[in-house]
Design a protein around this ligand. Structure first.
Ligand SMILES: Cc1cc2nc3c(=O)[nH]c(=O)nc-3n(C[C@H](O)[C@H](O)[C@H](O)COP(=O)(O)OP(=O)(O)OC[C@H]3O[C@@H](n4cnc5c(N)ncnc54)[C@H](O)[C@@H]3O)c2cc1C
Length: 290
Protein backbone atom coordinates (compact mmCIF):
# COMPACT_ATOMS: atom_id res chain seq x y z
CA UNK A 1 0.00 0.00 0.00
CA UNK A 2 1.35 3.42 -0.93
CA UNK A 3 0.88 6.66 1.00
CA UNK A 4 0.50 10.08 -0.60
CA UNK A 5 0.21 13.49 1.05
CA UNK A 6 -0.89 16.03 -1.54
CA UNK A 7 -0.69 19.72 -0.67
CA UNK A 8 -3.54 20.93 -2.90
CA UNK A 9 -7.01 19.80 -3.93
CA UNK A 10 -5.83 19.61 -7.56
CA UNK A 11 -2.92 17.38 -6.64
CA UNK A 12 -5.25 15.08 -4.67
CA UNK A 13 -7.67 14.88 -7.61
CA UNK A 14 -4.84 13.94 -9.99
CA UNK A 15 -3.52 11.30 -7.59
CA UNK A 16 -6.98 9.76 -7.20
CA UNK A 17 -7.72 9.69 -10.91
CA UNK A 18 -4.26 8.28 -11.77
CA UNK A 19 -4.48 5.58 -9.08
CA UNK A 20 -7.71 3.57 -9.22
CA UNK A 21 -8.38 1.74 -5.95
CA UNK A 22 -6.89 4.52 -3.83
CA UNK A 23 -8.74 5.93 -0.82
CA UNK A 24 -8.64 9.27 0.96
CA UNK A 25 -8.44 9.67 4.71
CA UNK A 26 -8.41 12.47 7.27
CA UNK A 27 -7.98 11.31 10.88
CA UNK A 28 -7.95 7.62 9.89
CA UNK A 29 -9.76 6.80 13.15
CA UNK A 30 -12.22 4.73 11.12
CA UNK A 31 -9.95 3.78 8.22
CA UNK A 32 -7.01 2.30 10.13
CA UNK A 33 -9.14 -0.09 12.24
CA UNK A 34 -11.01 -1.07 9.07
CA UNK A 35 -7.79 -1.76 7.13
CA UNK A 36 -6.48 -3.78 10.07
CA UNK A 37 -9.70 -5.79 10.06
CA UNK A 38 -9.07 -6.61 6.38
CA UNK A 39 -11.50 -4.30 4.58
CA UNK A 40 -10.98 -2.08 2.67
CA UNK A 41 -7.53 -2.69 1.27
CA UNK A 42 -6.71 0.35 -0.85
CA UNK A 43 -3.74 0.40 -3.23
CA UNK A 44 -2.89 3.91 -2.05
CA UNK A 45 -4.06 6.01 0.92
CA UNK A 46 -4.28 9.74 0.28
CA UNK A 47 -3.82 11.94 3.34
CA UNK A 48 -6.12 14.97 3.10
CA UNK A 49 -4.84 16.68 6.25
CA UNK A 50 -1.85 18.24 4.47
CA UNK A 51 -4.14 20.32 2.26
CA UNK A 52 -4.57 23.68 4.00
CA UNK A 53 -8.08 24.23 2.62
CA UNK A 54 -9.25 20.95 4.14
CA UNK A 55 -8.28 21.96 7.67
CA UNK A 56 -9.30 25.64 7.49
CA UNK A 57 -12.23 27.04 9.48
CA UNK A 58 -13.46 30.44 8.32
CA UNK A 59 -16.43 32.69 9.01
CA UNK A 60 -17.06 35.29 6.32
CA UNK A 61 -20.04 36.95 4.69
CA UNK A 62 -22.62 35.23 6.90
CA UNK A 63 -21.24 31.75 6.21
CA UNK A 64 -19.01 29.27 8.00
CA UNK A 65 -16.68 27.07 5.96
CA UNK A 66 -15.29 24.03 7.76
CA UNK A 67 -12.52 22.07 6.06
CA UNK A 68 -13.69 18.47 5.82
CA UNK A 69 -10.49 17.14 7.45
CA UNK A 70 -10.44 19.65 10.33
CA UNK A 71 -9.92 17.79 13.63
CA UNK A 72 -13.21 17.92 15.50
CA UNK A 73 -11.27 19.16 18.57
CA UNK A 74 -10.63 22.37 16.61
CA UNK A 75 -14.40 22.87 16.39
CA UNK A 76 -15.21 22.15 20.01
CA UNK A 77 -12.37 24.49 21.07
CA UNK A 78 -13.59 27.25 18.73
CA UNK A 79 -15.71 29.51 20.99
CA UNK A 80 -17.29 31.47 18.12
CA UNK A 81 -18.24 28.30 16.25
CA UNK A 82 -19.57 26.70 19.43
CA UNK A 83 -21.68 29.78 20.20
CA UNK A 84 -23.18 29.68 16.70
CA UNK A 85 -23.76 25.90 16.57
CA UNK A 86 -23.72 24.55 20.14
CA UNK A 87 -25.48 21.34 19.13
CA UNK A 88 -23.07 20.55 16.28
CA UNK A 89 -20.13 21.39 18.53
CA UNK A 90 -21.41 19.11 21.30
CA UNK A 91 -22.02 16.32 18.78
CA UNK A 92 -18.42 16.66 17.54
CA UNK A 93 -17.31 16.62 21.18
CA UNK A 94 -18.95 13.23 21.73
CA UNK A 95 -16.84 11.42 19.12
CA UNK A 96 -14.64 8.95 20.97
CA UNK A 97 -12.17 10.58 23.34
CA UNK A 98 -9.82 13.58 23.39
CA UNK A 99 -7.26 11.52 21.48
CA UNK A 100 -9.80 10.55 18.82
CA UNK A 101 -11.08 14.13 18.51
CA UNK A 102 -7.58 15.40 17.80
CA UNK A 103 -7.74 13.31 14.62
CA UNK A 104 -11.41 12.71 13.75
CA UNK A 105 -13.10 14.95 11.19
CA UNK A 106 -16.64 15.85 10.11
CA UNK A 107 -15.76 14.64 6.60
CA UNK A 108 -14.68 11.23 7.87
CA UNK A 109 -17.66 10.95 10.21
CA UNK A 110 -20.03 11.60 7.30
CA UNK A 111 -18.20 9.64 4.57
CA UNK A 112 -17.72 6.60 6.81
CA UNK A 113 -21.51 6.42 6.59
CA UNK A 114 -22.14 4.79 9.95
CA UNK A 115 -25.83 5.22 10.84
CA UNK A 116 -24.66 6.09 14.37
CA UNK A 117 -22.22 8.87 13.38
CA UNK A 118 -22.68 11.54 16.03
CA UNK A 119 -21.99 14.74 14.09
CA UNK A 120 -24.20 13.87 11.13
CA UNK A 121 -27.70 14.56 12.55
CA UNK A 122 -26.54 17.96 13.85
CA UNK A 123 -24.81 18.78 10.56
CA UNK A 124 -28.01 17.98 8.66
CA UNK A 125 -30.21 19.83 11.17
CA UNK A 126 -28.11 22.93 10.46
CA UNK A 127 -28.57 22.48 6.68
CA UNK A 128 -24.85 21.82 6.14
CA UNK A 129 -23.77 21.68 2.52
CA UNK A 130 -20.88 19.52 1.32
CA UNK A 131 -18.51 20.92 -1.31
CA UNK A 132 -17.14 17.94 -3.22
CA UNK A 133 -14.02 17.71 -5.39
CA UNK A 134 -15.42 16.06 -8.49
CA UNK A 135 -13.66 15.43 -11.77
CA UNK A 136 -11.67 18.57 -12.48
CA UNK A 137 -14.05 20.81 -10.52
CA UNK A 138 -16.43 20.87 -7.58
CA UNK A 139 -20.10 20.21 -6.88
CA UNK A 140 -22.12 21.11 -3.80
CA UNK A 141 -24.85 18.93 -2.26
CA UNK A 142 -26.69 18.92 1.06
CA UNK A 143 -24.80 16.88 3.66
CA UNK A 144 -28.00 14.80 3.97
CA UNK A 145 -27.36 13.37 0.48
CA UNK A 146 -23.91 11.91 1.14
CA UNK A 147 -24.66 8.72 3.13
CA UNK A 148 -26.95 6.33 1.26
CA UNK A 149 -26.77 3.34 3.62
CA UNK A 150 -24.43 1.74 6.16
CA UNK A 151 -20.91 2.18 4.73
CA UNK A 152 -22.27 3.51 1.42
CA UNK A 153 -22.17 7.03 0.01
CA UNK A 154 -23.22 8.93 -3.08
CA UNK A 155 -19.56 9.93 -3.69
CA UNK A 156 -18.23 8.60 -6.99
CA UNK A 157 -14.77 7.00 -7.16
CA UNK A 158 -12.16 9.74 -6.97
CA UNK A 159 -14.53 12.25 -5.35
CA UNK A 160 -13.91 13.63 -1.86
CA UNK A 161 -15.43 16.28 0.39
CA UNK A 162 -13.38 19.47 0.48
CA UNK A 163 -15.39 21.41 3.05
CA UNK A 164 -18.79 22.02 4.58
CA UNK A 165 -20.63 25.33 4.49
CA UNK A 166 -23.15 26.45 7.08
CA UNK A 167 -25.10 29.70 6.88
CA UNK A 168 -25.19 31.85 10.00
CA UNK A 169 -28.31 30.80 11.93
CA UNK A 170 -31.05 33.46 12.10
CA UNK A 171 -31.33 35.44 15.36
CA UNK A 172 -33.17 33.47 18.04
CA UNK A 173 -31.88 30.07 16.85
CA UNK A 174 -30.59 27.25 19.04
CA UNK A 175 -29.56 23.68 18.31
CA UNK A 176 -28.88 20.64 20.46
CA UNK A 177 -27.69 17.04 20.07
CA UNK A 178 -28.29 14.26 22.56
CA UNK A 179 -27.39 10.60 22.28
CA UNK A 180 -28.05 7.43 24.22
CA UNK A 181 -25.15 5.04 24.72
CA UNK A 182 -25.21 1.88 26.82
CA UNK A 183 -21.97 2.86 28.59
CA UNK A 184 -21.01 6.26 29.96
CA UNK A 185 -17.99 6.76 27.64
CA UNK A 186 -16.52 5.63 24.32
CA UNK A 187 -19.54 3.89 22.91
CA UNK A 188 -21.64 4.13 19.78
CA UNK A 189 -25.04 5.80 19.93
CA UNK A 190 -28.03 3.52 19.94
CA UNK A 191 -30.09 6.66 19.29
CA UNK A 192 -29.00 10.23 18.52
CA UNK A 193 -31.31 13.25 18.20
CA UNK A 194 -30.50 16.70 16.82
CA UNK A 195 -32.96 19.59 16.97
CA UNK A 196 -32.55 23.09 15.66
CA UNK A 197 -35.23 25.70 16.11
CA UNK A 198 -35.75 29.43 15.75
CA UNK A 199 -37.92 31.45 18.10
CA UNK A 200 -39.62 34.70 17.15
CA UNK A 201 -42.24 36.48 19.27
CA UNK A 202 -42.09 33.73 21.88
CA UNK A 203 -43.08 31.00 19.42
CA UNK A 204 -41.17 28.59 17.18
CA UNK A 205 -40.94 29.91 13.63
CA UNK A 206 -38.66 27.21 12.15
CA UNK A 207 -37.62 23.75 13.31
CA UNK A 208 -35.63 20.75 12.11
CA UNK A 209 -35.46 17.37 13.84
CA UNK A 210 -32.96 14.71 12.70
CA UNK A 211 -32.38 11.29 14.27
CA UNK A 212 -29.30 9.08 14.09
CA UNK A 213 -28.75 5.35 14.66
CA UNK A 214 -32.40 4.44 14.15
CA UNK A 215 -32.32 3.74 10.38
CA UNK A 216 -29.73 2.98 7.67
CA UNK A 217 -28.98 6.72 7.40
CA UNK A 218 -29.79 9.79 9.51
CA UNK A 219 -33.53 10.50 9.35
CA UNK A 220 -35.16 13.91 9.12
CA UNK A 221 -38.51 13.98 10.94
CA UNK A 222 -40.70 16.66 9.36
CA UNK A 223 -43.71 15.67 11.50
CA UNK A 224 -41.73 16.38 14.69
CA UNK A 225 -40.59 19.71 13.23
CA UNK A 226 -44.21 20.52 12.32
CA UNK A 227 -45.28 19.79 15.91
CA UNK A 228 -42.76 22.41 17.07
CA UNK A 229 -43.50 25.16 14.55
CA UNK A 230 -46.03 27.56 16.02
CA UNK A 231 -45.63 26.18 19.53
CA UNK A 232 -45.34 28.93 22.11
CA UNK A 233 -42.98 28.92 25.05
CA UNK A 234 -45.00 29.40 28.17
CA UNK A 235 -42.77 30.28 31.05
CA UNK A 236 -39.77 29.32 28.94
CA UNK A 237 -40.68 25.74 27.98
CA UNK A 238 -43.01 23.81 25.70
CA UNK A 239 -46.29 22.42 26.97
CA UNK A 240 -46.70 18.67 27.46
CA UNK A 241 -48.90 18.23 24.38
CA UNK A 242 -46.22 19.73 22.10
CA UNK A 243 -43.50 17.56 23.59
CA UNK A 244 -45.69 14.46 23.33
CA UNK A 245 -46.36 15.20 19.64
CA UNK A 246 -42.60 15.61 19.00
CA UNK A 247 -41.87 12.33 20.78
CA UNK A 248 -44.60 10.41 18.94
CA UNK A 249 -43.43 11.69 15.54
CA UNK A 250 -39.79 10.83 16.32
CA UNK A 251 -40.68 7.32 17.50
CA UNK A 252 -42.80 6.74 14.40
CA UNK A 253 -39.99 7.83 12.05
CA UNK A 254 -37.58 5.17 13.33
CA UNK A 255 -36.69 2.12 11.29
CA UNK A 256 -34.09 0.64 13.62
CA UNK A 257 -32.35 -2.71 13.86
CA UNK A 258 -32.81 -5.10 16.74
CA UNK A 259 -29.46 -6.04 18.26
CA UNK A 260 -27.73 -6.82 21.52
CA UNK A 261 -27.25 -3.09 22.15
CA UNK A 262 -30.92 -2.19 21.90
CA UNK A 263 -34.21 -3.64 20.73
CA UNK A 264 -36.39 -1.99 18.08
CA UNK A 265 -39.00 -1.04 20.70
CA UNK A 266 -36.35 0.44 22.99
CA UNK A 267 -34.77 2.52 20.21
CA UNK A 268 -38.20 3.81 19.15
CA UNK A 269 -39.03 4.82 22.70
CA UNK A 270 -35.66 6.45 23.33
CA UNK A 271 -35.84 8.36 20.02
CA UNK A 272 -39.01 10.04 21.25
CA UNK A 273 -37.53 10.86 24.64
CA UNK A 274 -34.31 12.30 23.17
CA UNK A 275 -36.13 14.30 20.50
CA UNK A 276 -38.27 16.09 23.06
CA UNK A 277 -35.35 16.65 25.42
CA UNK A 278 -33.20 18.02 22.56
CA UNK A 279 -36.08 20.32 21.56
CA UNK A 280 -36.22 21.68 25.10
CA UNK A 281 -32.45 22.32 25.18
CA UNK A 282 -32.52 23.94 21.72
CA UNK A 283 -35.39 26.21 22.82
CA UNK A 284 -33.51 27.27 25.93
CA UNK A 285 -30.45 28.11 23.83
CA UNK A 286 -32.55 29.96 21.27
CA UNK A 287 -34.08 32.09 24.03
CA UNK A 288 -30.79 32.75 25.78
CA UNK A 289 -29.08 33.70 22.54
CA UNK A 290 -31.97 35.82 21.25
C1 LIG B 1 -12.07 4.51 19.87
C2 LIG B 1 -13.02 5.12 18.88
C3 LIG B 1 -14.17 5.74 19.34
C4 LIG B 1 -15.07 6.32 18.44
N1 LIG B 1 -16.20 6.91 18.93
C5 LIG B 1 -17.06 7.49 18.07
C6 LIG B 1 -18.22 8.14 18.57
O1 LIG B 1 -18.48 8.21 19.77
N2 LIG B 1 -19.07 8.69 17.66
C7 LIG B 1 -18.83 8.65 16.32
O2 LIG B 1 -19.62 9.20 15.54
N3 LIG B 1 -17.73 8.03 15.81
C8 LIG B 1 -16.85 7.46 16.66
N4 LIG B 1 -15.73 6.83 16.17
C9 LIG B 1 -15.52 6.74 14.72
C10 LIG B 1 -14.62 7.82 14.11
O3 LIG B 1 -13.73 8.38 15.06
C11 LIG B 1 -15.44 8.96 13.49
O4 LIG B 1 -16.32 8.44 12.52
C12 LIG B 1 -14.57 10.05 12.90
O5 LIG B 1 -15.31 11.25 12.74
C13 LIG B 1 -13.97 9.67 11.55
O6 LIG B 1 -13.20 10.76 11.09
P1 LIG B 1 -11.75 10.49 10.47
O7 LIG B 1 -11.27 11.80 9.96
O8 LIG B 1 -10.86 9.79 11.43
O9 LIG B 1 -12.14 9.53 9.27
P2 LIG B 1 -11.18 8.55 8.44
O10 LIG B 1 -10.95 7.30 9.20
O11 LIG B 1 -9.99 9.29 7.94
O12 LIG B 1 -12.13 8.23 7.22
C14 LIG B 1 -13.34 7.52 7.41
C15 LIG B 1 -13.96 7.21 6.05
O13 LIG B 1 -14.32 8.42 5.40
C16 LIG B 1 -13.58 8.59 4.19
N5 LIG B 1 -13.21 10.01 4.18
C17 LIG B 1 -12.51 10.68 5.12
N6 LIG B 1 -12.46 11.99 4.80
C18 LIG B 1 -13.12 12.12 3.63
C19 LIG B 1 -13.41 13.24 2.79
N7 LIG B 1 -13.00 14.48 3.09
N8 LIG B 1 -14.10 13.02 1.65
C20 LIG B 1 -14.54 11.78 1.35
N9 LIG B 1 -14.29 10.69 2.09
C21 LIG B 1 -13.59 10.87 3.23
C22 LIG B 1 -12.40 7.63 4.25
O14 LIG B 1 -12.02 7.19 2.96
C23 LIG B 1 -12.99 6.51 5.09
O15 LIG B 1 -13.78 5.67 4.28
C24 LIG B 1 -14.80 6.26 17.05
C25 LIG B 1 -13.62 5.64 16.58
C26 LIG B 1 -12.74 5.07 17.49
C27 LIG B 1 -11.49 4.42 16.97
Amino acid sequence: MRYAAPATVDEAQTLLSDNPGSQVFAGATDLVPQIRAGRPSPSMVVDLKRIDRLTAVTHEGGQWTIGAATPTADLTRNAEFTAAFPGLSEAAGLIGSDQIQNRSSLGGNLANASPAADSVPALIANAGQAVIASGDGTRTVPASEIATGPGRTSLAEGEFIIEFTLDDPPAGTGDAYLRMIPRTEMDIAIVGAAVRLTIADNAVSEATVVLGAVAPTAVSVPDAAAALVGASLNGGGFDDATLAAVADAASAACNPIDDKRGTIAYRQRVAGVLAKRAAAVAAERAQNGA
